[in-house]
Design a protein. Sequence first.
Length: 294
Amino acid sequence: MPPPAEPGALAGLRIVTFESRRAEELRRMLERHGAEVWSAPALREVAIEENEAAVDLLEELSAGQVDVTILLTGVGTDTLVRALAPRCPPERLAELLGRTRLVARGPKPVAALRRLGLVPEVVAPEPNTWRELLAALDSAMDLRGRRVVVQEYGRSNEALLAALAERGAQIRSVPVYRWALPEDCGPLLAGIERLSDGRADIAVFTTAVQIDHVLRVLMPSGADRLLRALAERAVIASIGPTATEALASHGLRVDIQPAQPKLGPLVATLARDAAGQVARKRARSAASPDGIRA
């Protein structure tokens, strides 16, 4: 983690954050450094009702037909437990899962497993992307012929599933929730407008899907205006490599990314680097002959 920043290191800086679940926590952390924060939640997690894939998984676990269980998110693990609770008490599910080789993508599914009294055999190291997960799996076990269940999150990770298939695994993916836009998009649209017209200095992205949802709520012309503002005028902060890759897919270069993909290191890195990055970006924008007009 970066060394502690001076008190008030973000004073005078206007920040738009797209975090949802921990929005207020992130706001408070930034405000402690003096920032002016606009919280613009970009998504919500919606549990899948009548989840047939989860019911099928329970049947396969009960029949001893699962060799490896890969848990990608803590929220997903908890959601799976709740979804199956009417059919299978958590204690029984923990017993069934414990008969398989458990793999966790990072600390959040590890914590969710701990609540069930379970410890994973394999844990992906930071920055906890699917690539680290795959490398950890390669070091720990041979997947050829193994029956592998992947607990997914808001959308399918096709690259991970393809890589597992290439290693000879028999894969079942189990989605447990989906990502949707907020029920009230007002704060999101207001945050976008702040960035588009230059009334915000920094945009903070904490998951990859946020940039997709931000652009989804805009008409094409509005999306183009926002992307140009982000690229040329705003400082872009990303929590880690997965979000950074998503931003890059839209032509956006990240200015600030912490060494550890967590909120604490993200805020500490912002407090250390944001003022300098904002000054540099303002200078470049002012020197550009076709700088953005609000």
